[in-house]
Ligand binder design. Structure first.
Ligand code: ATP
Ligand code: MG
Length: 420
């Protein structure tokens, strides 16, 4: 019986076998309550992928992201990878703790609780808030305002680029770029706005926005984004402090936009050097292949409208295979995710979905090798946490799966009122 490996094409299966894979769960055979766990499902971690993780509330999306991140940390090629989790809810810090509450479930899978050497990063200006709330973190990060384009600022501030404010913004940014490249601060932007001769309304409006941006606590003189791509490391970028308001999501999107742009650029550079190394038989890669996990991905890459992160993420989706970047997008509603991202997924893990438009959105991708319509497969899943379907474009197969229990603690569980 050949082993089940998803995300791996025939050529790689023949050449590498199971090297560079991780076990994420077991194949579910049979329907509904009759279903039983059969063979392990191996997951390819060595090649770049675009993966969608879907399912309605509380079905295991965030949990499953953590499981894949655990496998990236323990696989035999872990040293050639780096993993980043964009954590809008502030739940992944708990990967530093072993999952002691699930010892018996883990035993059933021949697994033991384990803690992971995750590094939790928070915005430099938010340390006080974390300390007051006794939320643990390891290090801080900053972004350089000069790395943002006028368009990205406009999207973050919700300013129409063709309005007076938009024109002012564009002019200031382009002047600063001409004089300083990327070496300027928010105060320079504010000074620049005041120097130009625009209406008071446009000037004040824009100055206010930039003053507010200073309070986000993310801007500094240096960009520390390279911290996130350290070989073998798992970085958790905790962006939970910005709140649930749309302005909070704008800041998060700016952070993701800069990260995505920077990492892609670095990987493209590295890829060129790696190619030369390969010709000379040097095998270690220049820069680790980067996996980025984005929870609540529809907020960053929505089907309707645009965020600063939209274009950079779509670029990952479109050309990420060549430079070697992987993107894992989790959302409750695949129909709310940008259709180009959805159609480019080569692996989908779908936990239970019930809304018609979401099932339809899912049905539209990868339908060629399905024997039944997608709803049939979803209905056959047993109603248990962590069950789902894997749709794999690489092997053109669909597998019902029971995702494995986490070795590390999952902090995103549903709270209950039973405790005394
Ligand atoms: N593979 C699994 N094995 C065991 N329990 C699981 C598994 N997956 C999920 N669960 C349980 O389900 C709960 C909810 O999972 P999770 O937090 O991942 O939901 P979610 O899909 O991210 O929900 P939301 O949309 O609200 O963010 C977990 O706290 C855990 O108790
Ligand atoms: Mg979740």
């Amino acid at each position: 019986m050949p082993k089940i490996s998803v995300g791996r094409d025939k050529k790689d299966r023949e050449e590498y076998g199971l090297k560079g894979t991780g076990i994420i769960g077991r194949h579910l055979v049979g329907e509904k309550e009759e279903a039983h766990k059969a063979n392990p499902i191996y997951f390819d971690l060595a090649r770049p992928h675009v993966m969608g993780v879907f399912g309605k509330r509380g079905t295991g999306k965030s949990y499953s992201l953590g499981t894949i991140a655990e496998e990236l940390q323990t696989t035999d090629i872990s040293n050639n990878l780096s993993t980043i989790i964009i954590d809008p809810m502030g739940i992944y810090w708990s990967m530093k703790r072993p999952n002691d509450r699930s010892i018996t479930v883990l035993e059933d899978w021949d697994l033991k609780p384990a803690n992971f050497d995750a590094k939790v990063y928070i915005p430099e200006g938010k340390t006080q808030e974390f300390e007051e709330k006794e939320m643990p973190y390891d290090d801080t990060f900053t972004l350089k305002p000069g790395e943002l384009t006028a368009q990205e600022w406009a999207m973050a501030f919700n300013i129409d680029i063709s309005s007076e404010r938009g024109i002012l913004l564009e002019r200031v940014v382009s002047r600063l770029e001409d004089s300083y490249g990327t070496e300027y601060r928010i105060d320079h932007i504010i000074e620049g706005i005041k120097k130009l001769d625009f209406s008071e309304e446009a000037t004040d409006g824009l100055v206010n926005r930039f003053n507010a941006a200073k309070d986000w606590g993310v801007f500094g003189e240096e960009s520390s984004l390279e911290k996130f791509t350290t070989r073998g490391e798992l970085s958790i970028v905790d962006v939970s402090v910005f709140g649930e308001l749309s302005s909070g999501w704008s800041v998060r999107s700016l952070i993701v936009a800069l990260m995505a742009k920077r990492i892609l650029k670095e990987r493209m550079k590295a890829r060129r050097i790696e190619e030369i190394d390969e010709m000379q038989n040097i095998s270690e890669n220049e820069m680790p292949i980067t996996w980025m996990f984005i929870d609540e991905a529809h907020e960053f890459l929505p089907a309707n409208g645009k965020t600063p992160a939209s274009d950079p993420l779509l670029k990952w989706v479109k050309i990420g295979r060549e430079p070697g970047v992987s993107l894992v997008l989790a959302t409750q509603q695949p129909a709310k995710l940008h259709p180009n991202a959805l159609s480019q997924c080569d692996i989908v893990l779908s936990h239970r979905l019930t809304a018609r438009q979401d099932i339809e959105a899912l049905g539209e991708i990868m339908q060629t090798y399905m024997r039944h319509d997608i709803k049939h497969y979803i209905d056959a899943l047993p109603d248990m946490p962590g069950t789902g379907l894997i749709l794999d474009d690489n092997s053109e197969r669909i597998y019902p799966i029971q995702m494995r229990p986490r070795k590390s603690w999952h902090a995103g569980g549903t709270p209950d009122a039973f405790d005394e």
